[in-house]
Structures are given as C-alpha cells and as structure tokens.
Design a protein around this ligand. Structure first.
Ligand code: SF4
Length: 372
C-alpha cells in the first residue's frame, strides 16, 4: 500500500493577523457548519482516488482549525477513515491558536483521534504579538499549552517568528528561553515576510524592519540555541526532539504523495501538482468547484525539484537514491558547482550525500538557484 498524506484546509480565523495572506477569514457558526458538510461530502466523493493507499498522516491547517468543534473534526476524520485506509499509527495534526480552545474541547479532540497539536505563539513578548495583530497574549499561550498537556497531547509544536519589526536580539532570546523552558517536542520558526497588501506591509515605512544581517543573526541565534537545548535542526525552519519530526511536512520535502482538501489546498498525486482556488463559495459546490493544475513550466526537471526539496532537510540529498530515482549522477553533475560552498562552510558532506550547514540553510535559496 502506498503511503499518502491528507491535508485539510480550514479557512477560518477569529480575526486576520496583520501580516497574514493565507486564505482565511472570520466566519459564523453556520458558515463553518456548511463548509464542513461540503468538505465531508467532497472527501467521500474522492475516496476512490486513494484506494490502494494507506493514509499515514492527516494535517488540519489553516486558518485556525481549532475553531472547528470536536464533532466537526471527528466527522472530517471519519470521512477520511471511512474506506479503512487510515493507518492506526497515523500522525493526526491540528493547528490551534491560543485562546481558541478549551480544556474540554482539547480532550474531545484527543478522543476524536488528534495526536499532535501545533500552537501558534510567534513571540513571547506581548508588544510583538500586538504589533503582529495576534488575538492572544503570552499568558493565553501558557494556558493553552497547559490544557494541551492535560488533555494528553504529548506531541506539541510551537510556531515562532523572527524578523518581527522592533524585535531585538534580547527579545528573541527571551522568546527562545520561554519556549524551550516549556519543552515542546517540536519548534517551527519562520522569518516574517511583509506580504504585499497586508496591513503590516502597508505600514512598512513606519516600522523598524530588521535588515538582512540582523535577520541572519536571529537565525543563527535560533539554530545555536535550539541545538544546544536538544532540538535537531532537521529542516530549514523546523527543529524537533528525537523522534518528533513532523511526518506530514516531511512528505512535502521528500516528494511523497499528499492530497489537499479545501479552498487553496494543494496536492501532489500521481506525479501531478494541483490545487483548489482560494474561493470557499465555489469550493463548496461540486458544480462550481475547480481543480487547477500547477504550472509545470518552472524550468525545473523532476530531479531538480526533488533536489531542491531534499536540500531543505538536514539529511540533504542521498546521492545513491537520487541516482536510482532520477538517473542523475549527483557528483558528476553538481560536484564542481558545490565545491565553493563546501569550502565556504555552507554545504557539508554527509554519510549518504550532501546537505547544507546551518549557515548554508539560511541562504539555501540563493545557493540552489546558483547550482541549478
Ligand atoms: S491565525 Fe494564522 S491563518 Fe489566521 S490570520 Fe493569523 S496567521 Fe493568518
């Protein structure tokens, strides 16, 4: 049975954060219920697609999936499981924002099958949270984390952000101390991007935006601090205690198959990349739902795409596997091109091939563009 990941997009948030350009927005209970009903019907209609697969990861992302009721979560998961293809060992993750879930709700989610939770903290400084337009405080996070633990979640991710306007080295160090003291199993940390059209981008001129050097310093601090505290830096933006890599996200980087459901959800299945446009209304009706195929004209071959994705991981590229899957001799093709980066300490030789160093990861996009 081929393994398969399922992604469920939940396009609802209590309020938009000032930097966010994901497809999500405010909603009422009736809208959420109508969406869940349409989603469940769609999943059931599509089940024949993954006959012969075992679903070994399900990821509820958004948006704010924790706005779903446990019953809605259960109905969606049951639709996925109905054809018997959901592995009993499946990783079932759910994104949650502080102050959007109660202890009782978390217990029910756990009973319904969720076994991993990802909490969006972003910063342990209330001033920074305010600037980002987050709806919660640091104290709200603490309460939500305590409730997650009490509800039985023993696989918790915390999302952080660096490069926040006015964030200092001290304030980021404080955030890292705060989070590591609470010992989540997994930490993701992304650099803030001022996406055009967002409220934060519109105010860019009035903000103290860290420059590239400062952002690189924060990244360096992030990598050093987390590895000193027992987290493996396994992907550019992801850190985990042993045995707690996010299995669903690893599929993306290992070019494994996944099917996404919901407006703006992307899929990679049977060698094709496709997605549903970010429009909830059209998604909810089979008559108007569209599937769009992603441009294949990126100029990248499958081998190059696989290389770009694999190099995001600290395991890097396995040259024997790369040859077996794509017929490309990595050393013959790229050996000369990567040499300056090996000498510069940005790429390292591993047991099975090549990978970026921590420093290299920060500039990986640039290096890969040069190499490819
Ligand atoms: S909670 Fe997440 S998805 Fe929702 S607005 Fe904020 S950043 Fe965007």
């Amino acid at each position: 049975m081929r393994p398969l990941g399922i992604y469920i997009h939940v396009p609802f948030c209590l309020r938009k954060c000032a930097y966010c350009d994901f497809y999500s927005g405010p909603s009422g209970e009736a809208e959420r219920e109508a969406y869940v009903s349409a989603l469940v019907t769609h999943i059931k209609d599509e089940r024949q697609k993954w006959l012969g697969h075992t679903v070994d990861t399900v990821f509820f992302g958004g948006g704010t999936p924790s706005l779903l009721t446990p019953n809605q979560f259960h109905r969606i998961l049951s639709a996925v499981a109905e054809n018997g293809a959901l592995s009993s060992e499946a990783e079932i993750s759910l994104e949650a924002n502080p102050a959007t879930v109660t202890l009782e709700g978390l217990k029910e989610l756990r009973r319904a099958g969720a076994n991993r939770i990802s909490i969006g903290l972003q910063s342990a400084c209330d001033e920074e949270l305010k600037l980002l337009g987050r709806i919660h405080t640091v104290a709200d996070f603490d309460l939500t984390l305590a409730h997650c633990r009490e509800a039985g979640f023993d696989n918790v991710n915390v999302d952080l952000m660096y490069g926040i306007p006015a964030q200092t080295e001290e304030s980021f160090a404080h955030t890292l101390d705060f989070v590591t003291e609470r010992a989540p199993e997994h930490i993701s940390a992304y650099s803030l991007i001022l996406e055009p059209g967002t409220p934060l981008a519109r105010r860019a001129e009035t903000l103290q935006i860290p420059d590239e050097d400062e952002t690189a310093d924060r990244y360096d601090l992030l990598c050093r601090t987390l590895s000193a505290r027992g987290y493996e830096h396994y992907e550019i933006s992801n850190f985990a205690k042993a045995g707690y890599r996010c299995r669903h996200n690893v599929k993306y980087w290992q070019r494994e198959e996944y099917l996404g459901f919901g407006p703006s959800a992307h899929s990679f299945f049977d060698g094709c990349r496709f997605y549903y446009p970010p429009d909830r209304k059209s998604y909810c009706s089979p008559a108007t739902r569209q599937i769009l195929f992603e441009e294949t004209d990126t100029g990248l071959t499958d081998a190059e795409e696989a290389l770009m994705l694999a190099m995001r991981l600290s395991d890097g590229v396995d040259t024997a596997r790369f040859f077996a899957e794509y017929g490309v001799d990595f050393e013959a093709k790229y050996g000369e091109r990567i040499l300056p980066y090996i000498k510069g300490g940005l790429i390292r030789k591993t047991e099975r091939g090549y990978a970026f160093t921590d420093r290299g990861m920060f500039v990986s996009n640039y290096i890969l563009a040069e190499i490819l």
